[in-house]
Design a protein around this ligand. Sequence first.
Ligand code: MD3
Ligand code: FE
Length: 215
Amino acid sequence: MNPDLFSNQDQLPTDQLGPGAVVLRQFVLADEVPVLGTLRDVTAAAPFRNMVTPRGFTISVAMTNCGALGWVSDRRGYRYAPADPLTNQPWPPMPASFLQIAMAAAAQAGFGGFLPDACLINRYAPGAKLTLHQDRDEVDFAQPIVSVSLGLPAVFLFGGVERADKVQRVKLEHGDVVVWGGPDRLRYHGIMPLKHGSHPSLGAYRFNLTFRKAG
Ligand code: MD3
Ligand code: FE
């Protein structure tokens, strides 16, 4: 019997994308069933919605959050907020299992002591995309971001610290975890429009969890 709730992640492949950015391939694959169950519970309590940008464009990626803070966008701007604007209730708490995954991935990438207070959950339907952007709404850029990819694969775009810098293309698949910190924390990044497909567990969607220390 394994004394840990989550399984041993020795001997999985890793890809170093930059000095502070590493892909931990299949890091959550062994824990797929509990992770998907927890994702279902969280998103039942705080449903996905398509937010609008400050300029009034609807974001094609549907989003929700768990944790003490959640990322929101509306005509007033981008920010982290303690309550879901749909219900004015606190976001669902960060599940202990999610926190454990985020902390373990960060530690494996060299960021010991990472304690995220926000988890943004993105849902991509075919055609949904994220244009190149930086994540700058967090207070402390010395803290890494941990991302978990689930469902259909996507092509991740990894640029530089200037918008015009050359972009690397990286395929992210079900179960992959990426940790972004240090000199890579403020690099531009995005997701290419999702291709049609059907994932055995998640159907025609890609989900991405990003764990952040927002406040
Ligand atoms: C690189 N999400 O929610 S996660 C986002 O797959 C976002 O849904 C994408 O970009 C997704 O903001 C990419 C990977 C990611 C997240 C934060 C980063 C890459 C990053 C911050 C700095 C550099
Ligand atoms: Fe981002």
